[in-house]
Structure formats: structure tokens, C-alpha cells
Design a protein around this ligand. Structure first.
Ligand code: E4P
Length: 220
């Protein structure tokens, strides 16, 4: 299973990369705005900086609404770096754009997916990645992980190559369930990546070993 980090913060990306577990990055307009980036050129520079840090797929979101504008925007974003994957919203116009972009060899990540049929359509249009959002479904009392199970089943029925990015992850259980279901990728906020590596028995074990080692040293 691949791990992406869901952030536009360079320090978080660097820290996750140093852990040796990072395969890629996803951003969105909200995450970019949080970093205080200003203007189109500032955004493009920031995406380039992320690509230089990670050297894996980096999703940058297109914000146009019409297919032709999404295509032009995607071409501009894809020109930033070969690692850029263009995030396209799950709309009628978005699907039209994905079809054209896939024919041009530009990688896409269809975002804001909330149903298995949306995921099937995205794959049929030629999406490289699809991002079903689990946390936002949980937020409205609709179990988000059920969506992942359905998408995994449908894609495996038809040997679909579009990769599933479990998105809108809020906690370690989302990651665990996604791994058990065989989802290709989880895009995880930095806070949750840190939670994944912790266990109280590990901490207690280290404390005990350190304490006992002191006794060994004292015997020298
Ligand atoms: C996915 O690529 C999105 O950036 C992200 O996972 C959205 O998560 P949120 O629901 O926490 O905003």
C-alpha cells in the first residue's frame, strides 16, 4: 500500500519523507490557502518545491469549471514537473476533461468522489487515480469505508487499473481498514501519520530497556 501525505506544508512533507514512508503528496485549494501562498505563480512554485522534495506523484488541483478550461489548466499544471498529477473534480465537465487529458498522457486524480458509480465513471473516462472521501461521508453519518469496499470490489471485478486513493482520512482506523480492503493508496494528514507509529507498549518497552541497560553499565 502506498502512503501519500495530504498537505501543502513543506515542513510536514519533509518530516514524513524523512520517515521513509512517503510515496506521494495530495494538495487541494484549502490546504494551499492554509500555507499563505499568493497568486498563480506562487502556487506553481510551491508545487515545484513539493515535487523536488518527494519525487513521487504530487496532486495539484485544477479549479476551472468548463472542460476546455480544465484541460488548459491541467496542461499548465502538468508542465510544472513530470511528477504532477492534476486533480479534476467529479463533474460532467471534469469527466470530459479527464478523457482528453488521458489521451494526451496527462495524469489525473478525480476528486470529490462520494459514490461507487462516480468512481466507475472516473475510471472509464481514463483517470489515473480516483479519490473517494471517507471522512466527509462519516461526517454526515454515512460510513465512508463502505464506499472504499464497493470501489475496491468493482475495480477488481473488471481489472480496472485506476488507483484508489482513500482520501479525507481522519484517524488511524481509516488507514487500517483501507489496508485490509486492499486500497492502493491512503492520503493521510501528518497528524495521523504520527499516530500510526505510536504504541504505548513500545514506549513502555523502551523505558524498561533503558532502565535495565543502566544496571548493565553500572556493573562495568
Ligand atoms: C484529498 O486529496 C483531499 O485533499 C482531502 O483528503 C480532503 O480531506 P478533508 O475532508 O479532510 O478536507
Amino acid at each position: 500500500m502506498k502512503f501519500f501525505i495530504d498537505t501543502a506544508n513543506l515542513d510536514e512533507i519533509r518530516a514524513a519523507h524523512e520517515l521513509g514512508v512517503l510515496d506521494g503528496v495530495t494538495t487541494n485549494p484549502t490546504l494551499v490557502a492554509k500555507e499563505g501562498i499568493s497568486g498563480r505563480e506562487g502556487f506553481k512554485k510551491h508545487i515545484k518545491a513539493i515535487c523536488e522534495l518527494v519525487k513521487g506523484p504530487v496532486s495539484a488541483e485544477a479549479v476551472s469549471t468548463r472542460a476546455e478550461d480544465l484541460i488548459a489548466e491541467a496542461e499548465e499544471l502538468a508542465a510544472i514537473d513530470p511528477h504532477v498529477v492534476v486533480k479534476i473534480p467529479m463533474t460532467k465537465e471534469g469527466l470530459k476533461a479527464v478523457k482528453v487529458l488521458s489521451e494526451k498522457g496527462i495524469k489525473t486524480n478525480v476528486t470529490l468522489v462520494f459514490s461507487p458509480l462516480q468512481a466507475l465513471l472516473a475510471a472509464k473516462a481514463g483517470a489515473t487515480y480516483v479519490s473517494p472521501f471517507v471522512g466527509r461521508l462519516d461526517d454526515i453519518a454515512s460510513p465512508g469505508m463502505n464506499l472504499i469496499r464497493e470501489v475496491v470490489d468493482i475495480y477488481s471485478n473488471y481489472l480496472i487499473e485506476t488507483e484508489i486513493i482513500v482520501a479525507s482520512i481522519r484517524n488511524p482506523l481509516h488507514v487500517l481498514e483501507a489496508a485490509k480492503m486492499g486500497a492502493d493508496i491512503a492520503t493521510i494528514p501528518f497528524k495521523v501519520i504520527e499516530q500510526l507509529l505510536k504504541h504505548p507498549l513500545t514506549d513502555a518497552g523502551i523505558e524498561k530497556f533503558m532502565c535495565d541497560w543502566k544496571k548493565v553499565e553500572e556493573c562495568k
